[in-house]
Design a protein around this ligand. Structure first.
Ligand code: 5AD
Ligand code: SF4
Length: 494
């Protein structure tokens, strides 16, 4: 197949995966199993686990922790649901439509369960945490409900079900980081992997359910993070994404005020952690997600610029371009502060790609406030954006304090307007790459064509190019000659 034969619109649809989506974005892709592989367990009991992950990268990472815990208990993973003894859905609760999708998916298991009454169905993650035991009443098919901090108890919960009871554990923890668990890598590509560096969130953005479903923020021991990165590199992985709801507030042995928790022991902040991981090997690319504009400091940017292998890409959710809306959202920064952070990124890392999240139709959003979001987008010209209609979530500050008063059709119209702006900017951003050469890390065969590779630039742009004698995990130089709004098309030069 010739390059020019590629239908670029189809590439755009096919190449997107959660790898390309830095934060919670269940609307952007079909979630589910993706390129998961079947993995043999450590000690077998001949039982098989089928796991689907929805929502953010953290959930995909958590599913690998779950697979590891269950591997110890004798479960291998399968990608064939028909042969599963245990089906787990790792769920998202960020917007109502994410939950509706999961409920719909559960109804599809009815037949499987009537064919195999011993099959166990469990709901994990944020929706489990939000609804707790109520989920068992609402969804009769579900046997297990386990929240994000309860995965170590899964083997025990399965035993309870085997004894004829339904099982729930939704306790949140202030300490659990699963630091000692070596995740079973479910993604097939063997090149890119997630490393979770912290859990929970203390920010209380007024629209967000995450602090309620994932609990208090806690950071993972840096030694275990660096060890995991070394281990991945030795196994052939060439890119790690450090994950946290707000990575800039990573801190080890430090209080929020910046004082040592334990005298005599070193402290580590996010910039230092990133440097430690970058030093594992210059051939190991480092990404991270997600940053919070209030916490993203210049030392993080300077560390990024100092290390060739820390990727030039920042996902910096703005949510709104209007300071009053930002205040109602409890984001604790203003439009001006955000723009100053953008200016700092462009000054310290001139080649850095920037993406964002935007919510349209938040409580009380006026037409003028919406116009300010549009003008901010025009000013910044993001390379990529995830855009959502506001969806009221139970228990959040916004639900308690404000009325969800922007009519549905206004939310939809405003969302369409910002999507149109972003589509134009994404295309401009990609067009700028035409004629330039980039170092690309090869991740996999293009889903559109066996004769093409798919890989990413440091700026996180997906590149498709014809195969020669390379293999996945190789770094190659690719010159771009064409693009769509989502994919670059090029040819290898070195
Ligand atoms: N409604 C719409 N979008 C939301 N997000 C978080 N909570 C909501 C909500 N209630 C979006 C934010 C966040 C991203 C992960 O999801 O933009 O950055
Ligand atoms: Fe939610 Fe805000 Fe925490 Fe992100 S930083 S998870 S939007 S509360």
């Amino acid at each position: 197949m010739n390059n020019k034969d590629l239908n670029t619109t189809e590439i755009l649809e096919k190449e997107n995966s959660p790898q390309s989506s830095p934060h919670n974005n269940p609307d952007q892709y079909n979630g589910e199993v993706l390129d998961y592989q079947s993995v043999k367990p450590k000690n077998t009991n001949n039982k098989k686990l089928y796991i689907e992950s929805y929502g953010c990268q953290m959930n995909f990472s958590d599913s690998e922790i779950v697979a590891s815990i269950l591997s110890e208990a004798g479960y291998g993973t399968t990608t064939n649901i028909e042969e599963a003894d245990l089906i787990l859905l790792n769920t998202c609760a960020i917007r109502d439509n994410a939950e509706q999708r999961i409920r719909k998916r559960l109804t599809q298991f009815k037949q499987l369960k009537s064919d195999n009454p011993n099959m166990v169905v469990g709901v994990l993650g944020c929706m489990a945490e939000r609804l707790k035991a109520k989920l068992l009443d609402e969804e009769k098919l579900v046997d297990i409900v386990a929240g994000p901090d309860a995965y170590r108890s899964l083997p025990g919960l399965i035993d309870e079900v085997d004894d004829g009871r339904k099982a729930v554990n939704v306790l949140l923890s202030r300490e659990e980081t699963y630091a000692d668990i070596s995740p079973v890598r479910l993604d097939k590509n063997g090149v890119t992997a997630f490393i979770s560096i912290m859990r929970g969130c203390d920010n209380m953005c007024s629209f967000c359910v995450v602090p309620f479903t994932r609990g208090r923020e806690r950071s993972r021991d840096p030694k275990s993070i660096v060890h995991e990165a070394h281990d991945l590199f030795d196994k052939g992985y060439r890119e790690v994404t450090l994950l946290g709801q707000n990575v800039d507030s990573y801190r080890w042995n430090l209080t929020k005020k910046g004082e040592l928790k334990k005298e005599g022991e070193p402290s580590v902040n996010f910039a230092q952690l990133m440097a430690m991981v970058a030093e594992v090997n210059p051939k190991l690319r480092v990404r991270f997600s997600t940053s919070h504009p209030k916490d993203m400091t210049n030392d993080v940017l300077e560390t990024m610029s100092a290390y060739e292998n820390i990727c030039n890409y920042i996902h910096l959710p703005v949510q709104s371009g209007n300071s009053n809306v930002l205040e109602r959202m409890n984001r604790t920064y203003t439009r001006e502060w955000y723009l100053e952070r953008i200016e700092a990124i462009r000054r310290i890392i001139p080649e850095c790609a920037i993406s964002t999240d935007v919510i349209s139709g938040f409580c009380g959003e006026t037409e003028e406030e919406h116009e300010e979001t549009k003008s901010l987008m025009e000013f910044v010209q993001f390379d990529f954006a995830y855009m959502f209609k506001y969806s009221e979530r139970p228990r959040t500050l916004a639900e308690r304090k404000f009325e969800d008063d922007v009519p549905e059709e206004v939310k939809t119209r405003r969302l369409t307007e910002i999507i149109n702006i972003q589509s134009a900017h994404s295309l401009i951003s990609n067009k700028k790459t035409i004629g330039k050469e980039y170092e690309v890390l090869i991740e996999k065969t293009s889903k559109r064509s066996e004769e093409h590779w798919a890989g990413r630039t440091s700026q996180n742009a997906m590149v498709v190019f014809p195969k020669l004698d390379e293999k996945t995990g190789d770094y190659v130089k690719v010159k771009i000659f064409d693009c769509t709004a989502a994919t670059l098309i090029g040819e290898r030069t070195a």
